[in-house]
Design a protein around this ligand. Structure first.
Ligand code: SF4
Length: 287
């Protein structure tokens, strides 16, 4: 049987990596139901053949011998024992019933990590929470993606993918793409090689911050003040496209009034950079 299997041919399957939202194009070489090689799709419109270390490791992740495949229950001494799916479901049902009986359904909170978001079981955990009676469901999107998506949708109608490669100035504000979006980090590095400027706004000195033209370090929780400071400089020095603003922006007068309650002096107290550095960042944005 083994010799028959090993004569099977290699199938190359074109697909995308599902580990993160970059969804890089992949070509998987499959033999005997196993991934034997992982390559980036060179003609993919966004990733253009790029794969980060996680994507490259797909075969070893999927076929890892110690991958969790059965329910495990913790013993008193801290060791783990394999149990059947039926026992695991009975145990969970008992625990959930106890919580509901003692504290009510809203005492249960369910958080689903990114590997579970957008997968086939997404609708099931939502249904489960509705049936159980708890509204307390969260995903990584609750903490970052949805606010970004909503803000972009109400201002420009969609959540765009930035054209990093052709940007003259890139601002990474509280973003660490080297870790969270390696594909974006790769495109930003290319943009920098093409002469694009990079401003990093982050209290931490990230990898990208070390490479940036300018690194601004606001005190945690003061991003809004820094943004207001930017707007003040942009308006004062007229670093904006007045034609665009006159035709497309509403509420500029209101914004000018609002800025009066937040003078630059107040803004200066909130971050470690000098006003000169902040002015420089605004001017870099415009050039
Ligand atoms: S950046 Fe890495 S993990 Fe994300 S889709 Fe691309 S290869 Fe997969």
């Amino acid at each position: 049987m083994e010799s028959v299997k090993s004569t099977r041919k290699i199938n190359n399957i074109t697909t995308v990596c599902g580990i993160c939202t970059a969804h890089c194009g992949l070509i998987l070489s499959i033999k005997d139901d196993k991934i034997i090689e992982v390559n980036g799709q060179k003609n993919h419109p966004v990733s253009k053949g790029y794969l980060c270390p996680k994507g490259k490791a797909l075969a070893s992740i999927i076929h890892a011998p110690d991958r969790l495949r059965h329910p495990l229950k913790k013993n008193k001494g801290g060791s783990w024992s394999e149990i059947s799916w039926d026992s695991a479901l009975d145990f969970l049902a008992d625990q959930l019933k106890n919580i509901k009986d003692q504290y009510g359904p809203q005492a249960l909170a369910v958080h689903v990590g990114y590997p579970g978001v957008g997968r086939e079981f997404t609708s099931y955990y939502n249904l489960f929470c509705q049936a159980f009676g708890t509204p307390n469901v969260s995903t990584p999107g609750s903490h970052c993606h949805f606010s970004k998506f909503l803000a972009a949708s109400v201002t420009i109608g969609t959540l765009p993918v930035p054209d990093f490669e052709n940007s003259r100035c890139i601002v990474l504000w509280g973003s660490n793409p080297t870790v969270t979006s390696p594909l974006a980090a790769n495109l930003i590095t290319k943009a920098r090689r093409n002469g694009g400027k990079l401003i990093v706004i982050d209290p931490r000195e990230t990898f990208m911050a070390k490479k940036a033209d300018l690194h601004l370090q606001p005190r945690p929780g003061t991003d809004g003040a820094l943004a207001l400071g930017f707007i003040q400089v942009i308006l004062k020095k007229k670093l904006y496209d007045s034609n665009f603003v006159n035709n497309w922006i509403i509420g500029l007068d209101y914004l000018v009034e609002y800025l009066k309650i937040y003078p630059p002096r107040k803004n200066r107290e909130n971050h470690r950079n000098s006003p000169k550095e902040n002015r420089k960042s605004c001017e870099t944005l415009w050039k």
